[in-house]
Design a protein around this ligand. Structure first.
Ligand code: ATP
Ligand code: MG
Length: 297
């Protein structure tokens, strides 16, 4: 890159158009008593990308997501969002910044309907974010109407019209995962943290979920951080992949770079294979069927 190109790149970054760091962990340590979940992890997530976090079971992936979303106060280090220090913020404050998430073990109100779960996500967000987000709804009625429109849009987008009145606990696991994604989307996030959104799904459900993630990213301009064990999905849809092992970042790069990284291969293939342990082989899911996945690949 010539001098001009470098200046352009810096300007673009300064303008937040391309590739500026939206979310950053700086030397993050997280301990639970004697258990070290994160042992000095640094990671930058670029504005507008899909970033994957992979690693064997117990590597610290969920812990890092929990640190980002304010759920686990970190032991040391710093967390930044749009360059601001958010290390000590509480989950609802992080949510207010436009960060939404889903959980590895679905966190929905199982006894309530799909619609109520979506509405609840919306209400929690609006009540806590009313002033800081600059939104002001003149009347409760107008707030209700606006909320409903957003929810209807989410229902439409995720194609869950047919189950809107169903009790969440009665739904198949894959659908519950989709509803949880819906609740996160109802918050109209700028950044979405997804903890194994495709775990426990069959091939078709995975295919659907991968398509939704890509559509959210492309149509709604949402930055995505994705923990996923399915390497086919990860390699297909990610711009960057961070690899954790024993609470440390042992690899980072584009999918191709990471796939060839000897440390990463060692972490995945150097130990006995456990039931949920991922391999770097492409999955059985036929992502080629999805033109977007092919276009990105
Ligand atoms: N709330 C907690 N209390 C105590 N220890 C915890 C807690 N959460 C995580 N840990 C420990 O921290 C380490 C990292 O766990 P974490 O859940 O972040 O791993 P992970 O990479 O998400 O694994 P998996 O792929 O199985 O979901 C593990 O040793 C785990 O037992
Ligand atoms: Mg986890």
């Amino acid at each position: 890159m010539g001098e001009h190109g470098e200046v352009q790149a810096v300007l673009q970054r300064a303008n937040g158009q391309v590739g500026s760091i939206q979310l950053e962990a700086q030397d993050v340590h997280l301990r639970f008593g004697g258990v070290v979940a994160l042992a000095g992890v640094s990671l930058g997530v670029h504005q507008g990308e899909i970033a994957a976090i992979i690693g064997p079971n117990g590597a610290g992936k969920t812990s890092l997501l929990n640190a980002f979303s304010g759920l686990y106060p970190i032991t040391s280090g710093r967390l930044l969002y749009d360059g601001h220090d958010v290390t000590r913020l509480k989950p609802h404050q992080i949510a207010r910044l436009g960060v939404a998430r889903t959980f590895q073990n679905i966190e929905l109100f199982k006894g309530m309907s799909v619609l109520d779960n979506l509405m609840l996500g919306r209400h929690i967000h609006l009540k806590s974010g009313l002033l800081s987000s600059g939104l002001y709804w003149g009347a409760a009625r107008r707030e209700e109407v606006a909320n409903r429109e957003i929810i209807e849009d989410v229902i439409d987008f995720l194609e869950i019209e047919a189950i809107r009145k169903r009790t969440v606990g009665t739904l198949a696991y894959g659908l519950q995962k989709r509803v949880e994604l819906g609740r996160a989307l109802a918050m109209q996030p700028r950044l979405l943290l997804l903890d194994e959104p495709m775990a426990g799904m069959n091939a078709e459900e995975k295919e659907d979920m991968a398509r939704f993630v890509l559509d959210i990213h492309e149509e709604r301009n949402v930055t995505i951080v994705l923990i996923e064990h399915d390497m086919g999905v990860v390699m297909d849809i990610s711009d960057h992949v961070a690899v954790l092992n024993f609470g440390r970042r042992i690899g980072y790069g584009t999918p191709d770079e990471v796939r060839r990284d000897p440390d990463v291969i060692q972490a995945y293939l150097g130990e006995e294979t456990e039931p949920r342990k991922a391999t770097l082989e492409p999955s059985a899911v036929d992502h080629a069927a999805d033109p977007r996945a092919r276009a990105r690949g």
